[in-house]
Design a protein around this ligand. Structure first.
Ligand SMILES: *Cc1c(COP(=O)(O)O)cnc(C)c1O
Length: 399
């Protein structure tokens, strides 16, 4: 006689119920149409302060045209991993263009910023090596560090003194050493003390690596990133960037020496074992970098910073705590997770979409809304959004 089978995955339902009970309801919001500054999510039009589309490039005419043209000439897919038959002339041209933009010898494009970080750290280090990592580094860095099986030592956020303490402690480490940091931190919007960390890397003979996902297209001349912004050219061995944020499409890249890139071509597992970008995406990115390096690109970056200043000044004046942000990433601190989620829900009902973030993306007790300003916002959108944030914030006793 058949007995009722128990479901070995039933613990997942228990854990979901536990999260719901804590007020941490979660549902994917569905965007109906393009990623724009005013957009329709779940059937409701809202002012969109939720995307990483810093320069409004997700819908830019020149990028759309480039994508369509590449589909005409190269089809819709690469058809193989890059190391077998999937490397197209477009891929090589994009890599050359990015290397030139960043002022490095070479560049390799990965499927995402995530795989760029994880694939690179795991490829260049092994179990005898050491990693010094900022405590707020991105999840893809943390995963890459774990995959490498190297020893990981974490220094306090942006704390050069604490980093040097670890450098001294490990001065005679026999293996390779890597010092790694986000250029701009994705949840707080603050900037790494890159020049000081480079000095430590030089003094203690570490490989220096920076993840510029949130600063490419945002900081530095024409959006060249934190290395340019902080005058650290020639001091950072490995620069990671993403094609998924300001660039408006999808992918990630690593810039550095010819040897580094040739090594990653042969050893970075996502590069070796996962298909390369479709031609339309590659062409989109080429058009984006061409735009960045033009007067139109400069105009967009200027607008992004003007919008950022306007919005952040408003919020501060209204009494919100936006922390130590120095970039368009605008945290609105709430503290308790359930309250942050409630704040976000009520804002959405009132016509403003700003997602809440809680544990594990940020530490417990440090829940917040994370508002993202874009060059595409109109001044009136930002003013209206601020007024609504103030009204809802007062109702909830946040200000
Ligand atoms: C978003 C992000 C990534 C991942 O980039 P994707 O291209 O979206 O995979 C990596 N590092 C940081 C700091 C990020 O914010």
């Amino acid at each position: 006689m058949a007995t009722a089978k128990s479901n070995p995955l039933s613990y997942l339902r228990d854990q979901l119920a536990e999260l719901d009970a804590k007020g941490l309801h979660f549902r994917l919001r569905v965007l109906e149409g393009a990623q724009e500054s005013v957009a329709r999510f779940d059937g409701k039009e809202v002012i969109n302060l939720s995307s990483n589309n810093y320069l409004g490039l997700t819908t830019h005419k020149a990028l759309r045209r480039a994508a369509i043209e590449a589909i005409r000439t190269h089809g819709v897919g690469a058809g193989a991993v890059r190391t077998i038959a999937g490397t197209m002339d477009l891929h090589m041209a994009l890599e050359a263009q990015i290397a030139k933009f960043k002022g490095t010898e070479a560049c390799v494009v990965f499927q995402s910023g995530f795989t760029a970080n994880a694939g690179t750290v795991a490829a260049i280090l092994g179990k005898d090596d050491l990693i010094l990592s900022d405590e707020l580094n991105h999840a893809s860095i943390i995963d890459g560090c774990r995959l490498s099986r190297a020893t990981i030592k974490v220094f306090k956020h942006r704390d050069v003194t604490d980093c040097e303490r670890l450098c001294k402690e490990t001065e005679n480490w026999p293996g390779h050493k890597l010092l790694i940091t986000d250029g701009v931190f994705s949840m707080d919007g603050d900037i790494a003390p890159l020049a000081e960390l480079c000095t430590l890397a030089e003094k203690y003979n570490c490989i220096m690596m920076v993840d510029d996902a949130h600063s490419s297209g945002v900081l530095g001349r024409n959006g060249r990133g934190t290395v340019d912004h902080l005058g650290c050219h020639g001091r950072v061995h490995i620069q990671v960037g993403t094609l998924s944020k300001a660039i408006g499409a999808m992918g990630g890249y690593v810039c550095g020496s010819r040897d580094l890139i040739d090594f990653l071509y042969r050893r970075a597992r996502p590069f070796l074992y996962s298909t390369g970008h479709p031609p339309s995406v590659v062409a989109t990115c080429q058009a984006a970098f061409t735009l960045l390096d033009s007067p139109d690109g400069e105009k967009l970056i200027k607008k992004l910073w003007a919008n950022t200043k306007l919005f952040q000044r408003r919020l501060k004046k209204l009494g919100f705590s936006i922390g130590a942000t120095e970039t368009p990433i605008t945290p609105i601190h709430v503290g308790e997770a359930a309250k942050a989620f409630e704040f976000s829900r009520r804002l959405y009902d009132a016509g403003v979409y700003i997602p809440a973030v809680g544990f594990p993306t940020v530490p417990e007790g440090k829940a917040r809304l994370r508002a993202m300003v874009s060059a595409a916002h109109r001044r009136a959108d930002l003013e209206r959004a601020s007024a609504i944030i103030a009204e809802v914030g007062r109702t909830l006793g946040i200000v």
